[in-house]
Design a protein around this ligand. Structure first.
Ligand code: WT7
Length: 703
């Protein structure tokens, strides 16, 4: 039940240009954790959280030591070394972060063998729910261990060794975590590329990581559509060839026909998915390509794990960079493992026997940490879902919740907003009584969506954990704990154990108490990234240069009078489309590849469902005319270069762009034009003020 407090909002003395933050009214709405949840939770009250938090900061060694006791280390770190060994200050030498260096472990052993030894061999690790509601399967911890060992042996026979990078471009099928853990078992570094990325994006990432093995599948169903992943993979491999990267092996999971084989609708004797799609022949290069199932048939199901150093790389995952070139965020083994495991346990309050479901794609960090690593480390049972929330109906999420009796449900604000549009009946027709905890991640959640999630989906009895984190942080860093933290809609609340958030002014001064500033972290936590793959300089410049001694998130945040943290959004040239980070530079460089475009500028505009959407301005070369056909070609260009999720919402002709005298594009002005706000503020630094009128004249009516 909402409890209204007498909280006073502190409006910032704002030095940072950020999106609008909490309104007074929202700040005053507080939702206490339901007594039912608190009673059995690992952390039962705010006091208890505060005590644990305090210990995690004042004595991190003791704090993590208790947790480490549950995990297997083949060799312990020598006693005379501290857990953490780090430098955040570039002026003192290279930035470095090490945790438990010298200890030896293997994450696949900890997630699988350790749990099987504990007696979880017959416990379901994953329920798999296909795009088609008739398509399903499941796998126990015992079976998963065998499959992972088999796949690790497959990789070995293909010559993959410790430290090699392996590219993975797969849909949401159980073979994906098997591939990840197969890599981890032998110390290979996986580099997963989300299945929605284009061939160009896949190739860029493979070239950067120099991966000579790619694991993919023939395709995937998304609602009524099939996406032919192998065809996209082939294009990417060809592009790698142009860059002198020889992709020696492409392992292909034969996924598309499984429905035809497994499930036929008795009434019509037809598979529920249109017949013609099964006649599809996957393009196959007999020397380079190998079917996954053929390789697995011959593989031994025992594989001794490679004992790797705590600081040996586990995986890399690309995230957008403000220069436009994606950064390979590198995570290492022990710190990531323990942090994923601990955040999963406390933030979702996962109790043995619970059924947990995170809807994120494994191709993003959310799926890495909270579909694969965190849940398996805890011996949890989770659901992996291939499909979309809208197929076959807009009730699909809640149907799946009822089918598996899901207790913890974790999704993104953009999914919540897109479902809200269809009204409450799609939710209400499902039972949902199994739900205990609801989670959200990816972008700030607007209070309206929060309240709908809370009242309609959760029937006002499930706490919401609004988890703030990043690809770089490895796991949640600012988040409520469901049994302990009174929540305020739109606030990610307080730091997780071991995390020290600080708000800085423009000048880098720490803001004590309420205020608004740049969100940084003052100390490392075990799961944070260690470097940008192959470019440590870029790691330092991106995250540590602006404010020496701190890790800079790129986000702005406010702290209210009760100490609650409210993320206000990116303060750099990044935008967040449906929870996916994009850099404006990346989009601009895709646009100017079109022969008609001389110059371009992309800005974010607010969007009801996506959170933010792209509004692009293009200046054309002489001899080209703006037309709806050109607009279509430009949108296609961005889809091809980046992926469908990045397609611009609006493209407008810009006879000229607003620039300062030194030639810098004034994006502030473009953002105003995008939203139709004519209050341009100070325009005196513009080289030519008449540009504004020109741009307004060309603003499309549909914008
Ligand atoms: C950026 C990181 C972490 C998994 C998904 C995105 C934004 C993420 C929240 C939240 C406000 C959030 C931030 C952050 N963000 N979660 N709960 N509240 N903002 O990972 O692609 O690395 O994006 O997403 O701006 O910096 P990512």
């Amino acid at each position: 039940m909402p409890v209204s407090g007498n909280l006073q909002a502190n409006m910032s003395n704002g030095t940072v240009e950020v999106n609008s933050g909490p309104e007074k009214e929202q700040e005053s709405q507080v939702f206490e954790p339901p007594a039912e949840i608190s009673k059995n939770a690992y952390v039962k009250s705010l006091d208890e959280y505060q005590a644990m938090y305090k210990k995690s900061i004042s004595d991190p060694e003791e704090f993590w030591k208790d947790i480490l006791a549950d995990y297997h280390f083949e060799e312990k770190q020598s006693d005379d070394k501290p857990f953490f060994n780090y430098n955040f200050d570039m002026n003192q030498g290279p930035v470095s972060i090490k945790w438990l260096e010298g200890a030896k472990t293997n994450i696949s052993y900890n997630l699988l063998d350790r749990n099987v030894k504990k007696g979880l061999g017959d416990t379901i690790a994953f329920y798999w729910e296909g795009n088609d509601p008739k398509d399903e399967s499941k796998m126990t911890y015992g079976e998963l261990l065998k499959e992972v060992c088999k796949f690790a042996n497959v990789l070995k026979t293909l010559g993959v060794k410790k430290g090699d990078r392996v590219a993975i471009y797969m849909p949401m099928i159980i073979e994906l975590p098997i591939a990840m853990l197969g890599c981890a078992r032998i110390g290979a570094i996986h580099s997963i590329v989300f299945g929605g990325f284009s061939a160009d994006s896949l190739a860029d990432r493979m070239i950067d990581a120099q991966t000579s093995v790619l694991i993919t599948s023939d395709g995937v169903w998304r609602g009524e559509k099939i996406i032919h992943l192998k065809e996209i993979s082939d294009k990417a491999i060809a592009k790698c060839g142009d860059a002198n990267l020889d992709v020696k092996h492409c392992i292909v999971v034969n996924h598309l026909p499984r429905l035809a084989v497994n499930k036929v609708d008795e009434s019509t004797n037809q598979s529920p998915v249109k017949r013609k799609q099964f006649d599809y022949l996957t393009p196959f290069d007999e020397t380079r390509d190998k079917w996954y199932h053929e390789l697995m048939e011959k593989a031994d199901d025992v594989c001794t794990p490679e004992w790797v150093d705590a600081e040996d790389p586990l995986f890399m995952l690309y995230t957008s960079g403000s220069t436009g070139k994606p950064k390979g965020v590198l995570h290492t083994t022990a710190g990531y493992m323990i942090y994923a495991a601990t955040t999963f346990k406390y933030v979702f309050d996962y109790q043995p026997g619970d059924i947990y479901w995170c809807t994120a794609d494994i191709g993003w960090i959310t799926g890495h940490t909270y579909v694969t690593y965190g849940p398996l480390a805890n011996g949890a049972t989770s659901v992996i879902f291939e499909g979309t929330p809208f197929y076959p109906t807009n009730s699909r999420f809640w149907d799946v919740v009822d089918k598996y009796k899901v207790n913890q449900f974790y999704t993104a604000p953009t999914a919540i907003r897109s479902l809200m549009k269809f009204g409450d009946s799609f939710v209400k027709e499902c039972n949902r009584s199994s739900l205990k905890i609801l989670g959200t991640v990816g972008e700030p959640i607007n209070p309206e969506a929060w309240l709908w999630y809370y009242n309609v989906v959760g029937d006002a009895r499930c706490p919401i954990v609004d988890t703030y984190w990043q690809t770089e942080t490895g796991g949640h860093v600012i988040t409520p704990l469901p049994g302990a933290t009174p929540s305020k809609p739109g606030s990610a609340t307080f730091p997780f154990f071991g995390v020290v958030p600080v708000l800085l002014t423009e000048e880098g001064k720490e803001i004590e108490g309420p205020g608004e500033g740049y969100l940084v972290f003052k100390k490392p936590w075990p799961g944070m990234m260690r470097t940008v793959y192959g470019d440590h300089d870029r790691f330092e410049t991106t995250y540590f240069k602006r404010f020496p001694g701190y890790y800079f998130t790129g986000d702005g945040a406010k702290r209210d009078n009760d100490g609650y943290i409210w993320i206000t959004g990116r303060v750099d040239d990044m935008l967040n489309v449906s929870g996916h980070l994009l850099s404006t530079a990346q989009v601009e460089s895709a646009l100017i590849e079109h022969k008609a475009v001389a110059e371009s500028a992309a800005v974010a505009m607010p969007h009801k469902v996506k959170g933010e959407a792209l509004y692009c301005f293009v200046t054309l070369r002489d001899g080209f005319e703006f037309s709806s056909q050109l607009e279509g070609e430009l949108k296609l260009k961005v889809r091809e270069k980046i992926g469908a999720f990045a397609a611009p919402e609006v493209i407008q002709l810009a006879p000229a762009l607003p620039k300062t005298r030194s030639g810098k594009i004034m994006r502030r002005i473009l953002r105003k034009i995008a939203v139709g706000d004519s209050n341009f503020g100070d325009t005196s630094t513009l080289a030519d003020e008449s540009v504004i009128d020109l741009l307004l004249q060309h603003r499309p009516e549909t914008a």
